[in-house]
Design a protein around this ligand. Sequence first.
Ligand SMILES: *Cc1c(COP(=O)(O)O)cnc(C)c1O
Length: 394
Amino acid sequence: MTHTNHIVEQDAHHVMPTYGRFPLAAECGKGAVLTDVDGKSYIDFTSGIGVNALGYCDEGWVKAVTEQLTKVQHISNYYYSPVTTELADRLIELSGMKKVFFGNSGAEANEAAIKIARKYSFDKYGEGRSTIITFNSSFHGRTVTTLAATAQDSFHNFFFPFTEGFKYAELNDAEGLLEALTPDVCAIFVEPIQGEGGVNIMTGEFALLLKKICEEKDILLLFDEVQTGIGRTGRLYAFEHFGFCPDVVTSAKGLGGGLPIGAVLCGEKTMNVLTAGTHGTTFGGNPVVAAGALEVLKRVADRDFLSSVGEKGRYITEKILKMELPNVVQVRGRGLMIGIQVTESPKDLCKKCLEAGLLTLTAGKDVLRLLPPLTISYEEIDQGLAILEQVMKG
Ligand SMILES: *Cc1c(COP(=O)(O)O)cnc(C)c1O
């Protein structure tokens, strides 16, 4: 029996079977290469679902994290942590937002964004203006409230009653949006590129329409940048492609470089909505995680680094198109967030890629999704794409 099979079997005894998992047990990694417990290597086009922004065990990141570990590993939010304060300074300076709240995950950041939207409206207009519009095929998390915000029927099961006050519209459909805009709406919550839902890109035209409507009606515009943030699309945050700042931006996945962190960033309108006692968390802003995130920002928020993400994305897209694969309908995305729409099961393709030594993700019903580490080398890209071509040509 392989070590992998042994772990798969052992895991099944005491870990709840909530994930459809592949038989890979990780031993160690470097850059975009992961090695499993049986010594097999993989090119990683997933970076832990967009988390390991700097790849596996980046030297600078490991140093930043371990140095903080030897100083203070955690301190309650009743006190201050200088590294967390510094992270806040950097995030605000780089994003153009005004204030931040730190949590531990994407779903938590989104919960905070929802609370901010509702309190903003309650403070100003009182009760009855609390509905939030989200978009079909979105994904906002797994808590009872963020599931309600996630506009996919398959997520609205078992756990009734879900949080009230969400309604759903179609992305990039102006008419449908205008119909949904009843007087009870306090916010519009959108992913600039839907990640889990299929790598569906919001158009610049639609983004500007959202901004215009929200300004006119004092509705808050919230961007879920849990997946698109931290350089993933070739800008620090994807909202920069549209040329304006939303009222609230949520961030998580890539921010910690592999450690759990979530952040909700607020603009001028929303930065003072949460007051003492209205929100909190034990672990949020943890200094070790903050030290890692600071290193991520230091590296990613660099002009040349960000343009290299865009270049690598274009390189991958063009190379896939040149393969002239018969089972590919479309290749779309921005930067290193790439969706390959296919005519066969993306899950099967994902499995075949894994067997051949390439890690990939799926999105929606018919998309193979690539989220490589932002630091991936061209050599690693070429190796990964060679495997992809071989698998997709069958
Ligand atoms: C992953 C993801 C989330 C949920 O983040 P968790 O850290 O798993 O809670 C929310 N929104 C988007 C867009 C995501 O990609």
